[in-house]
Write a protein that binds this ligand. Structure first.
Ligand SMILES: Cc1cc2nc3c(=O)[nH]c(=O)nc-3n(C[C@H](O)[C@H](O)[C@H](O)COP(=O)(O)O)c2cc1C
Length: 212
């Protein structure tokens, strides 16, 4: 039953520390996870981030150093970085509205009100507020990727334990509008990774949820 499957997949997944270096992710599974990221919703639909797929072994090794030696960075089959916009202007809104027009065959007078509305909202925001908002959107994409991966029985580890400045430098983001938010390692768990046998540590629903 779908309901039980979802919960059992979420119980099956865990923050994988040891990846099997011999096994690669099925390419179709990987493409499905990428599509889940693309389909992830974002506030106003603006998708203020990009995904960097890190194939270079040399860059992975450099990233491991910037990630305090965490071995998932080099041992996972795939490694992606979700980099969110640290600053943006009206162009971001125009990109979305113009794409909406094209996708839904709309005329300017059908979108101009919304275009101006969104521009007006962001015009009151500080650079820090925009940066923090973009990062939140990036984490929605991360969640979608991890859930899709779990459903496909692909193991993942989100990695926030990184020196952001160093990672930005390695990924050549320093002089760009982007800032790395989080890395995601994907692959197959190693049989000997003991973390997979640990019980989940989660708050009781009575603590986590409240009704008013
Ligand atoms: C955004 C995010 C960042 C994380 N960063 C790291 C990390 O840098 N290194 C690591 O080993 N685990 C990292 N984790 C894994 C968490 O510690 C783990 O998901 C949490 O303890 C719950 O355990 P579980 O995922 O095994 O159920 C991260 C998880 C998330 C969601």
């Amino acid at each position: 039953m779908k309901r039980e499957e979802i919960l059992s997949d979420l119980d099956w997944r865990y923050a994988t520390k040891g990846f099997n270096t011999e096994e690669s992710i099925d390419e179709k599974d990987y493409q499905t996870i990428k599509e889940a990221i693309r389909l992830a919703p974002t506030s106003y639909g603006l998708q203020p981030f990009k995904i960097i797929e890190i194939e270079s072994r040399e860059i992975r090794t450099q990233l491991q150093t910037a990630g305090y030696g965490q071995k998932q960075i080099v041992s996972a089959s795939k490694l992606i970085a979700i980099a969110s916009l640290k600053c943006f202007n009206d162009q971001l809104i125009d990109r979305y509205i113009n794409l909406s027009k094209e996708t839904r065959s709309l005329k300017e007078d059908q979108v101009s009100g919304y275009r101006n509305f969104i521009k007006n909202v962001f015009s009151h925001w500080s650079v820090d507020e925009k940066k923090s908002w973009s990062e939140k959107q990036a984490y929605i994409a991360l969640g979608f990727a991890m859930l899709a991966a779990a459903e496909l029985k692909v193991d993942t580890c989100a990695l926030e334990g990184i020196d952001v400045q160093q990672v930005n430098e390695i990924l050549k983001l320093k002089s760009s509008d982007y800032n790395v938010s989080v890395l995601l390692a994907l692959g197959k768990r190693a049989e000997e990774d003991q973390s997979q046998h640990l019980k989940k540590v989660r708050l009781d629903a009575s603590v986590l949820f409240e009704t008013i």
